[in-house]
Write a protein that binds this ligand. Sequence first.
Ligand code: HEC
Length: 202
Amino acid sequence: MNSKCGVVGFIVSAVFVFGAMGVAFAAEEEELEVSFSPEVVANYIHAVIAADRALYTTHVVDRLQEDRVVIAVEAWKQRKALPLPAQMLLMAGKTVEMSGSALRFRLASLWPIYEENGPSNIFEEAGLKVVAEDPDEVYSGIITRGDKRFFKAIYADRAVSKACVNCHNGHILSSKQDFKLGDVMGGIIISFPLPIEKAETP
Ligand code: HEC
């Protein structure tokens, strides 16, 4: 009984192992042919950033604040508190940049608390305006700098809780103090380089 099971088990695992290897080989052969549009790549990256932001807010900041363990404040280092979700996102973007990756992401707004979080060019300004009017819209395009091309996408960032509105409206440096729940407060800007276009062969 046991040895039968053993033999069957061996055959089953062999089928799985070789089957899986077959898939792996096939994937390797196809690797160069698979391509994703930059829109899809940006959507994937945005999904991760947005999920991390939402989960840090609900499962870390909100819970620890409700249980009176620790609060999240802007001067978190000095006050031994938690960083704000916006600060976490901005720090993550800087950490990715420092790691040597060419991926960039940040949180920006047409009404920023800090000027450095404002639009840094016409493209970003136009995109932040578009997503402010229609939060379901993703504003994206290709930017050329010298011989380099970048794909940039902007996603709406909305006031999902009263805390967003209260903090920004009450912040002394906020350039807009009448945010309402549900308003678009800014956007997540993602960019990454695209391969250099090959010159057309005659
Ligand atoms: C307790 C205060 C506080 C709360 C709550 C808060 N923010 Fe902020 N937010 C800030 C501060 C401070 C910055 C600037 C961070 C920096 O640049 O270091 C910021 C930055 C931002 C930015 C970038 C533009 C800017 O204003 O500098 C956006 C967009 C933003 N927050 C949206 C939100 C949204 C949406 C929520 C709710 C989900 C939220 N914030 C909750 C304080 C807060």
